[in-house]
Ligand binder design. Structure first.
Ligand SMILES: N[C@@H](CCC(=O)N[C@@H](CS)C(=O)NCC(=O)O)C(=O)O
Length: 234
């Protein structure tokens, strides 16, 4: 099979190193499904200049997108990509194991309760890493218009966010103390959504991630052990 073309988000200061929570979902997806792919790295600016010509849908451009060269098909959005690959390549390992609703309920929890806190603790590092002064100014402008506050105000106090992160992850740690993956014995979309969000903090501030997020406040290691299991697919 011809390699799938995967468009991932580049932070110039990090080089070709995956870091974005949404594109990471697709990277995990492709690796878990063992599908051959090639990565094209695009900057925030290039999302607007390159992606519309590939998707040709007129939808606001975002990454990830994939182009399945074999089928001449472009797909935008990490969940739609996962659904497409699940249906198109049923012979490769499953992401949803016949219960997409269960996997998406985990995603809903992480999307609504966790990801914002994770983003807040690294957003100022993303500003610094996203390119030259003009790129940084543009990144700020887009976010400040969206949040209605400065990026610094949006970032807030990391300690408050870390407290919230531990609160949200309490149940997750309990599950992972009993099962290797969030929905049981097999890795799937639920794991992908959480691992992708955590990878973002790890990529931008490994020290903070390793020392303050991975273990629970009593030193419980279930999340760390699962994170290490997931790293084979990262
Ligand atoms: N629901 C979409 C969200 C995609 C998304 O928001 N991607 C971000 C990068 S992580 C993006 O392209 N943002 C465009 C921008 O910030 O200008 C997905 O899961 O793929």
């Amino acid at each position: 099979m011809k390699p799938i073309q995967f468009y991932d988000l580049l932070l110039p200061a990090l080089g070709e190193k995956a870091w974005s929570p949404n594109t990471y979902k697709t990277r995990f997806t492709l690796n878990i499904k063992k599908l051959p792919y090639e990565t094209t790295w695009v900057t925030f600016k290039e999302i607007y200049t390159l992606i519309p010509d590939i998707t040709k849908t007129g939808n606001p451009p975002t990454v990830p997108i994939i182009v399945d060269t074999e089928k001449e098909k472009a797909i935008q959005d990490s969940l739609k990509i996962a659904q497409y690959l699940e249906v198109t390549y049923p012979e490769s390992p499953s992401l949803f194991h016949g219960d997409e609703e269960l996997h998406r309920s985990f995603q809903a929890t992480f999307d609504t309760r966790l990801v914002l806190h994770l983003i807040c603790i690294i957003v100022l590092k993303v500003v610094k890493a996203c390119g030259d002064e003009a790129a940084q100014a543009r990144f700020r402008e887009v976010r400040e218009a969206k949040y209605g506050k400065t990026v610094e105000q949006f970032a807030g106090d990391p300690e408050d966010h870390i407290k919230q992160i531990h609160e949200v992850l309490k149940d997750t740690r309990k599950i992972l103390a009993e099962k290797p993956y969030l929905t049981g014995s097999k890795v799937g979309w639920a794991d992908i959504t959480l691992a992708s969000q955590l990878r973002t903090v790890d990529a931008l501030d490994h020290e903070l991630f390793d020392s303050r997020i991975l273990d629970d406040t009593n030193g419980g290691k279930s999340l760390r052990e699962w994170y290490e299991r997931m790293s084979v697919y990262a």
